[in-house]
Design a protein around this ligand. Structure first.
Ligand code: NAD
Ligand code: WQD
Length: 345
């Protein structure tokens, strides 16, 4: 298949590009590089024996909000499928600049949907987030739970889901998969690709790995008074390579069906297993042999006690399930961190 991957230079996108190339697909990345660079794509090409700018992997540098920058190129390339990762992803940042989040995540999705419809794209996958379920979601949460996002970021994802549902209703031959990711962590097993947040990492595992490498003195554990088995918060961490493989599985499943038959699907992408913050820190220490000094501080505003996916639907429909465990996640994260202390720079 010929797959257009928006945001393909980012963390999740670059790993998915490797699994697409490894599965024999051709990839055109559409990315403005606002929060990434070409380097992950050069490395993705290298681990797959491809070349950036060659037949199987190319980049169009464009802003998803501005179709004039990419429409002709996409129409000429004739993608069979689109995976739409491009977007902004920080709930905290979205509180300070909601307009930018709505413009990119909602407006960008609407513009892209029009171009893909004109290009006759058969399958579209969208990066949504568990954050659309909000604070009071059941544990584990299934896809029928009501949406109640609490940040502008979460609301922008819920709105983008709606934009795609309306686009699908208008052009039902294009099938749509809304994928709600839980907590992706880890890195490519080669140690060449990983998560490279700009500035101080806001997320748990990138921070843990930088404490272990000595870049930060200690981890602050945000709250040990949650009603969980050890008091720290529970999340459904999933290895980024499992998440990447889920995209290939969904794409191939949808493409194998007659036009429109798969309709619009919504699936959680997680492991379906909750792990606490303390358990993640302990696993990291055990697997890597590095110490992660930490101390408990107050809860981070807005954090929920427990988040975990019900993953029955995608298992039943597509036959995909995560294969990697916490040991794999922390081993691969550390291989990336140890080999790339300054990330891609
Ligand atoms: P990332 O920031 O690493 O990658 C996003 C990519 O999109 C970057 O390469 C960036 O340059 C590009 N981009 C941003 N705005 C753009 C624009 N206007 N036009 C073109 N390109 C643009 O993020 P990620 O972790 O890879 O996340 C990918 C997607 O998955 C995002 O939509 C995010 O909201 C969603 N998601 C991520 C997580 C997570 O924990 N990482 C969880 C749930 C959902
Ligand atoms: C996990 C746990 C923290 C950092 C976020 C977004 C969500 C989604 C995934 C995009 C929490 C604790 C963290 C630290 C800590 N992204 N923690 N010390 O908040 O579950 O989800 O990423 O869609 O929208 O909100 O992930 O990794 O930030 O936190 O104790 O220095 O680790 O309090 O309990 P979160 P996270």
């Amino acid at each position: 298949m010929r797959v257009l991957v928006t945001g393909g230079a980012g963390y999740l996108g670059s790993h998915t590009v490797t699994t697409l190339l490894d599965a024999g697909h051709s990839v055109l990345v559409l990315d403005s590089l606002v929060s990434s660079s070409e380097e992950p794509l050069r490395r993705a090409a290298r681990v797959c024996g491809a070349e950036l700018g060659g037949d199987r992997l190319d980049l169009v540098r464009a802003d998803v909000r501005r179709p004039a920058e990419y429409r002709e190129r996409v129409l000429a390339w004739r993608p069979d499928a689109v995976v739409h990762f491009a977007g902004l992803k920080s709930p905290t940042e979205s509180l300070a600049d909601p307009g930018e989040y709505y413009a990119v995540n909602v407006g960008g999705t609407a513009e892209l949907a029009r171009v893909t419809a004109d290009a006759g794209v058969r399958v579209l996958l969208f990066s949504s987030s568990a954050t659309v379920y909000g604070d009071d979601a059941p544990v584990p949460v299934d896809e029928d739970a009501p949406l109640a996002p609490v940040s502008p970021y979460g609301r922008s994802k819920a709105m983008a889901e709606q934009v795609l549902a309306d686009a699908h209703a208008a052009a039902p031959a294009q099938t749509v998969a809304v994928l709600r990711y839980f907590n992706p962590v880890g890195a490519h097993p080669s140690g060449l690709l990983g998560e490279d947040p700009l500035g101080t990492p806001a997320n748990l595992m990138p921070f843990v790995s930088r404490v272990a490498s000595g870049q930060y003195e200690q981890l602050q554990v945000f709250g040990a008074d949650f009603p969980t088995r050890d008091g720290s918060a529970v999340r459904d961490f999933i290895h980024v390579m499992d998440l990447a493989e889920a995209h290939v599985a969904v794409l191939e499943w949808m493409a194998a069906r007659p036009a429109g038959e798969a309709g619009l699907r919504v699936w959680n992408i997680g492991r379906g297993e909750g792990v606490t913050v303390f358990e993640m820190v302990r696993a990291f220490e055990q697997v890597t042999g590095r110490r992660v000094p930490h101390r408990v501080v107050g809860r981070r505003p807005g954090d929920i006690a427990e988040s975990c996916a019900d993953v029955a639907a995608i298992g039943r429909d597509v036959g995909w399930r995560a294969r990697r465990d916490v040991t794999d996640m922390v081993r691969d994260l550390w291989a990336w961190q140890a080999a790339n202390p300054a990330g891609y720079r």
